[in-house]
Design a protein around this ligand. Structure first.
Ligand SMILES: [Zn+2]
Ligand SMILES: [Zn+2]
Length: 299
């Protein structure tokens, strides 16, 4: 079975519990994840998203390798966004009591005041993780609110995610993503950081961490540099856990964490796997490979 976003809390709990049986050190990070997801799910019915684009227009974007939100406007209800942000911060703090109290005040920051919030969200709408972190630091929002730019950026993305996910679901009702063949998301443009080989046909399915769009990318090609020389594409895994793999390209030196559903004998939730496999990021980087999200100066 393929998972469509969003999962239910029961599904998430079941998978998280399996990970915790093996490694209870991850209990807190998963509590943070579950707390945030509960907030996101509770707002899914309250958010209204309008998609005014035809199937033909979408195909036209995809043929030009253009993701939809590159110039389609996603209208975000700023009041709801602010509520979600405040709830997300509360959920993070609840799951990690040692987090600074200033987290509970983030939604009151200057940027989120009524007169600024729309401009702020427009400005950051197409930012990658790194770009948002840099922007937060450059504008000294981190200093003003007393939080790391990474934490602020994370909280903002987690609060935007329900809007993007609902937009993606609307789009998926109009078209599938079979025309799309990029490492970045056809809907919101974020770079995929994990993929799965689905069990039914073993195709590689990329998934966006922000809007949760899923699309197929050929397995015998590097998604980042389009290298097709199979001698330069390989993968490794930790002995005893063959289902969780790191696929690397010797041409551009980037890696992609990949879950092999056939070996796993089920299709797991990639959001959960991203968290559960951080040891693979450490391994890959130790081997000299670069995260998919690292921006290429040459491109
Ligand atoms: Zn996306
Ligand atoms: Zn490559």
């Amino acid at each position: 079975m393929e998972h469509n976003y969003p999962p239910t809390m029961e599904e998430v709990k079941r998978e998280v519990d399996l990970h915790l049986e093996k490694n209870n050190d991850m209990a807190q990070i998963f509590d943070v994840y579950k707390g945030i997801l509960a907030v996101q799910l509770s707002y899914m019915d309250k958010i209204k998203v309008q998609v005014n684009i035809t199937e033909e227009e979408i195909s036209d974007y995809f043929r030009k390798d253009k993701y939809l939100l590159s110039d389609q406007n996603l209208k975000i209800n700023v009041q709801l966004f602010k509520e979600i942000l405040s709830e997300v911060c509360r959920a993070i703090k609840e799951a990690s009591p040692e987090a600074p109290d200033s987290l509970l005040k983030l939604s009151e920051a200057e940027e989120f005041k009524e007169e600024n919030i729309e401009g702020f969200l427009e400005k950051v709408a197409l930012f990658s993780k790194n770009q948002l972190e840099d922007y937060v630091a450059k504008k000294e929002i981190d200093k003003a609110v007393g939080l790391d730019s990474e934490v602020i950026s994370f909280a903002i993305f987690m609060s935007l995610s329900p809007f993007y996910s609902l937009y993606m679901k609307e789009v998926r009702g109009i078209t599938d993503f079979t025309l799309w063949r990029q490492s970045y998301c056809p809907v919101c443009g974020q770079i995929a950081v994990i993929a799965r080989h689905r069990s039914k046909d073993r195709a590689r399915v990329m998934e966006c961490w922000l809007c949760h769009a899923q699309w197929v990318y050929p397995r015998l090609e590097c998604p980042y540099c389009e290298n097709k020389d199979h001698k330069k594409l390989r993968f490794f895994y930790v002995p005893g856990d063959k289902a969780r793999q790191v696929h690397v390209c010797e041409e551009c030196n980037k890696y992609l964490k990949t879950i092999d559903s056939k070996v796993m004998e089920k299709d797991t939730l990639l959001d959960v796997e991203v968290i559960a496999t951080t040891y693979l990021d450490v391994l890959a980087e130790r081997e000299g490979y670069r995260s998919p999200e690292e921006v290429d100066a040459l491109n």
